[in-house]
Design a protein around this ligand. Sequence first.
Ligand SMILES: Nc1nc2c(c(=O)[nH]1)N[C@@H](CN(C=O)c1ccc(C(=O)N[C@@H](CCC(=O)O)C(=O)O)cc1)CN2
Length: 288
Amino acid sequence: MVKIIDGKALAKQENEKTAHRVEKLKQKGIVPGLAVILAGEDPASLVYVRNKQRKAEKLGIYSIQKNFPATVDQATLLQTIEALNDDPKVHGILVQEPLPKHLNGQALVAAIDPQKDVDGFHPLNVGKLYNHLPGNYPVACTPRGIITMLDSLNFNYVGAKVAIVGRSILVGRPMQALLINRDATVTMIGRQTPDPAAIIKDADLVIVATGKANFLTASMVKPGAVVIDVGINRTPEGKLVGDVNFEQVKAVASAITPVPGGVGPMTIASLMSQTVDLAEWSLENAKG
Ligand SMILES: Nc1nc2c(c(=O)[nH]1)N[C@@H](CN(C=O)c1ccc(C(=O)N[C@@H](CCC(=O)O)C(=O)O)cc1)CN2
């Protein structure tokens, strides 16, 4: 019997833990703070940013939103990041993706204080993750949420064969690092990968982040594999679907995430808990 991994229920559990940690920090005189920078009016981004702000406020996290028109210039955003880096009320800063084409997102992320890099995209934090360094540093929120989901299944990482379809800095690459660090054997699939179907069919865990609706079908999946769908696509009728043909693949997989209600809610829950991590770590660093 396939297990449907309930991202909403897991996110609720995670958020309850986060609210409790916020209370404990407040007793020590610290209110965790999150700043979200949004450039432009991408409709999906407006929804995600509003959801982040609402969830932060619900959990007792201080939340700031910096909204700019799509025509905003790089210098204005860099000044905004510098001011937030210097603001002691802010523990986490993120720049919502995607950005308007004229902006250099990598330079913006690199300008964020690595200790406030709540998305875990700063090159220093990415480097720490890839080096599997000990100590505290943030990691990308979607992969972090996926690890929480896999942990909830007691997934056995050691020696597991994993196929990741999609190599973005938001999902595929940090996911690869988190899994390698847990001793899984990970194969990355991109557009130029020869015979991706053979790699996917051999995998115990398939993570799909292609942005192509219904990319993964039942015949591509090894019976009993775990399938994680990171895709968010709208059909012409306006229905939200993932990159996995859920109805087909659930008949073959041992566990699968739905869309909606899978990875998405866990991304936001991970962002909230990572904001609290950053606030806790800043307190530890201040103690020396
Ligand atoms: N700076 C960042 N930009 C983006 C990230 C990110 O982690 N950091 N991830 C995505 C967007 N995203 C968060 O920012 C995100 C996407 C989807 C969801 C979600 O809860 N999805 C729901 C469906 C919501 C809907 O109706 O559209 C679900 O899957 O159930 C949360 C966060 C790209 N940009």
